[in-house]
Design a protein around this ligand. Structure first.
Ligand code: SF4
Ligand code: SF4
Length: 508
């Protein structure tokens, strides 16, 4: 079991609602971005002198721009339905991690500056001034929310705490308190093309190496092309797919599927990143700039389709916002969805009989599936509601004979966040990541014990990294986490694979 200098929540047969411990996580804050990282994104380098007035003015802008934010500030009736729905509250016991309390961090300031009773009788309506302490509290607790939207599923008014978190982060960035992890990464996308800062030449070498690995494994020469003008498909995938485990096995799975289906595809060295951290920091401008890179990458390579690899929030951005951010995508082939998820593509090929899967290839495994938040609650797949739940499961079941779902109140739209989403996947937030992972780990551990589950599959790069890191804290192996397209790739029947030589019978 991995060790930590803080208390790791234990796993029991259910997730208990903890006895509240006020202030338990007030020490948790991510590193603040360096001036150059803020400047790259169009924000002030450090906290500006007139931060108070600027923050209030920005809040006023956001209230006008996003009517939903104004409504969320006004309509909460304090019914309490959301209070025990956040994995960070369940894992930390800090009452400020209750979704309604997270909202109130901003609501109290909103009341003070934007409502008549708050301006005249602040104490009576729970209104408070925006002080430096309040700003620091925002920075801390708006980085203890993974923008997972689980709480909104249970709110009778549909209040979306994630949107409030995004607004909080946007105001903070606007006055010079950006988050190091997210802002540095966005800067790398602008300068180099991907979150990792992997230049084109290194990417090409990586892809060549992966092609060799596939050939060694299958005997089939499978191409992983880069910058191939005129290809049918541009693959947009999280850059973790190029080297991290278990992500890279998923990428090799996509390559095998494209090869078997004879789909001519490429990645782009210019737009070599699916992730869009602009959403995490609540910045429409940065989200737009990143989305437009992908559009330009597709236009430059003259592709006819864009296919998304396994990345949760990137899929949400593409599915829900691309058209507004960078559309219309009328230069692409209208016979295919824009964008299209790799799971949709593989599922359609399977339905059409264009690829075959042999599930016995994964008989050494018992699988479950983790629904990633941004796919489950922020998008869809296929042509019917719930396709985002059904399609990945259909692929796993076609690739593996043994599948067990986790408890019903922890899957589909009720899924628990892995604990590392929303820009929290950084080592300076390890404590909140481990504690917030507890509810997901509890549901997983339950079926490990009852059904001997050996692996959990996911279609999100962040979930895969977070699981690999946090599983050992809960006494499970980091290699339990697996890419859905690794399962697909391992089960795929490759029609041009060399026939296996029959072992010589010993006739002597
Ligand atoms: S969006 Fe997710 S992380 Fe944020 S308060 Fe709601 S449940 Fe918690
Ligand atoms: S469930 Fe909705 S209305 Fe009820 S306390 Fe939470 S945010 Fe407010």
């Amino acid at each position: 079991m991995a060790k930590a200098d803080y208390e790791i929540p234990g796993l029991s047969q259910y997730v208990p609602v903890p006895k509240l411990e006020p202030g338990k996580m007030e020490h948790s804050s991510p590193y603040i971005a360096k001036p150059e990282h803020n400047a790259d994104l169009g924000f002030p380098g450090e906290l500006v002198d007139d931060w108070h007035d600027k923050a209030i003015a920005k809040m006023g802008d956001l209230l006008k721009k996003y009517r939903s934010l104004q409504v969320y500030m006004d309509i909460c009736v304090k019914c309490g339905a959301c209070t025990d729905k956040c994995h960070y509250m369940l894992g930390t016991a800090d009452p400020k991690n209750m979704p309604v309390a997270r909202q109130d961090l901003m609501r109290s300031v909103y009341r003070r500056y934007f409502t008549w009773p708050g301006k005249h009788f602040p104490k009576l309506v729970g209104a408070r001034d925006l002080t430096r302490e309040v700003l620091d509290e925002w920075y801390s607790y708006y980085h203890q929310c993974s923008e997972c939207r689980r709480c909104s599923v249970y709110c009778p008014y549909g209040i979306d705490t994630a949107e409030i978190t995004m607004a909080g982060r946007e105001i903070l960035a606007h006055v010079g308190m950006g988050q190091k992890y997210s802002n540095e990464i966005i800067g790398k996308v602008y300068k180099i093309g991907n979150n990792l800062g992997l230049p084109g030449r290194a990417l090409e070498d990586t892809l060549e190496g992966l092609a060799e690995d596939i050939e060694d494994e299958t005997g089939v020469a499978v191409a992983l092309p880069m910058d191939k003008v005129g290809s049918e498909v541009l693959l947009i995938t999280p850059s973790a797919d190029f080297f991290a485990e278990p992500h890279v096995d998923g990428l090799m799975g996509y390559a095998k599927v494209f090869h078997e289906a004879k789909i001519d595809w490429t990645v782009s060295s210019y737009a070599s990143e699916a992730a869009n951290f602009g959403m995490f920091i609540g910045s429409y401008d940065n989200m737009e700039k990143i989305a437009k890179r992908i559009r330009k990458g597709a236009e430059d390579l003259q592709v006819r389709r864009i296919v998304h690899g396994e990345c949760g929030h990137a899929w949400r951005v593409a599915y829900s916002f691309w058209n507004t951010l960078a559309g219309p995508f009328d230069f692409l082939d209208s016979n295919y969805p824009v964008p299209q998820h790799i799971c949709e593509l593989t599922y359609d090929l399977l339905q059409a009989g264009k690829i075959k899967l042999d599930p016995s290839q994964n008989d050494d495994k018992v699988l479950t599936f983790h629904d990633s938040c941004n796919v489950a609650r922020g998008s869809r797949m296929g042509d019917k509601p719930g396709g985002q739940f059904e399609i990945p499961r259909a692929l796993i079941k076609a690739s593996c004979n043994n599948f067990v779902d986790m408890a019903q109140d922890t899957i589909h739209e009720h899924t628990f966040c892995c604990g590392g989403g929303g820009g929290l996947l950084t080592d300076d937030l390890m404590e909140i990541r481990v504690k917030g992972a507890m509810p997901r780990m509890q549901a997983l551990n339950e079926i490990v014990e009852s059904d001997s589950v050996t692996h959990v599959a996911a279609i999100c790069a962040i979930c895969k990294t977070q699981f690999a890191k946090t599983l050992p804290y809960f006494n499970m192996g980091m290699d339990m986490i697996i890419s859905v397209h690794q399962l697909v790739g391992d089960a795929l029947v490759m029609s041009d694979a060399p026939e296996e030589k029959e072992e010589d019978e010993d006739e002597t």
